[in-house]
Write a new protein. Structure first.
Length: 277
């Protein structure tokens, strides 16, 4: 028994070592990833519940590592944040997305894109000016870019975050609270920030059609949000039953695999052409 325990222990340690080595390799290779074009953005549509039309796309980062293959953003974004590489990724992402919006415009598509900010972007008081420069460089209007920030990232340093978000909203950008419902802040706290929209976390939406509690939570979030003049988005809409429920609850926008999975930029125009509300 003792030897079996040791074996299990070794296996555990070995697993940890492997995990640790992978993390070190990923951190080491982040810079290369930017230089070697291993990163790209995938775009997932949001639909307006009332009109059925596409109102926006969310930009989601993708990394295909030359030897490790696809690395999920939930893994490498966190690593980049903890290793001090996130500013580099965000910078690349902002330039890349603005250029893409510009390219779509040249193809006759006036699209709006929401990007995800990381904790350090939210407190980066130089961000508004950087975005302003990108806007004039690519000739974009403020309605073409929106921002998603998480509650925990904002509350972590609420004064600096408020300053940045205020400046961004004065530029005309809409701000959405991502993963809403997973943090601990109240709507009253959130309402003190210059935010326009709540994005209900997919953990409350995925099984909306079968879980009574989720339905209750989502219903009251929509009601309270609307009372505070906030728009409501539901992410993780995977079937028509959930979509129908959400539309009956007057959720403003829907996003999820039921509408479309995130797709590469060059698939967006064709997808839009085939999309029927
Ligand atoms: P998020 O911002 O909450 O994005 C939603 C995630 O849910 C995305 O995962 C999306 O692909 C996935 N999703 C969308 N619809 C459905 C659905 O119907 N069902 C299910 N099961 N999942 C759905 P993804 O692309 O793997 O991104 C994970 C997280 O990584 C994002 O969560 C975001 O926090 C972060 N992330 C992605 N791109 C960026 C970026 O450019 N910058 C920053 N800072 N974070 C990013
Ligand atoms: Ca998001
Ligand atoms: Ca989310
Ligand atoms: Ca998230």
């Amino acid at each position: 028994k003792a030897s079996r325990q040791r074996l299990n222990h070794e296996r555990y340690v070995e697993g940890q070592d492997e995990q640790h080595l992978r993390q070190l390799a990923l951190i080491r290779d982040l810079q290369e990833a930017v230089n070697n074009n291993e990163l790209w953005m995938a775009y997932q549509p949001k639909v307006d519940t009332r009109t059925g039309e596409v109102c926006q796309f969310e930009a989601l980062m993708r990394w295909r590592h030359p030897t490790l293959g696809f690395v999920p953003p939930d893994e490498f974004i966190g690593l980049a944040e903890r290793s001090g590489n996130i500013a580099m990724l965000s910078q690349w992402m902002l330039g890349h997305v603005c250029q893409q919006i510009h390219l779509w415009k040249a193809q006759g598509q006036h699209l709006s894109v929401a990007i995800n900010l990381s904790a350090s972007d939210v407190t980066d008081t130089a961000l508004p000016e950087r975005l302003n420069k990108l806007f004039s460089h690519y000739n974009l209007t403020p309605d073409q870019l929106a921002l998603e920030v998480t509650e925990s990232d904002v509350m972590h340093d609420v004064d600096a975050a408020t300053e940045t978000l205020l400046a961004l909203s004065q530029l005309g950008l809409k701000i959405s609270v991502d993963d809403y419902g997973t943090g601990y802040s109240s709507l009253a706290q959130i309402k003190r920030l210059p935010v326009d929209e709540l994005k209900i976390d997919k953990s409350f939406v995925l099984k909306l059609d079968t879980q009574e509690e989720d339905l209750t939570i989502v219903r009251s979030t929509i009601e309270m949000g609307h009372n505070l003049d906030l728009k409501i988005v539901a992410e993780g809409v995977e079937n028509s039953a959930s979509a129908e429920l959400l539309s009956r609850l007057h959720c403003d926008y829907l996003q999820g695999y039921w509408i479309a999975k995130p797709m590469p930029a060059d698939a967006v125009t064709a997808w839009l052409t085939g999309f029927k509300p």
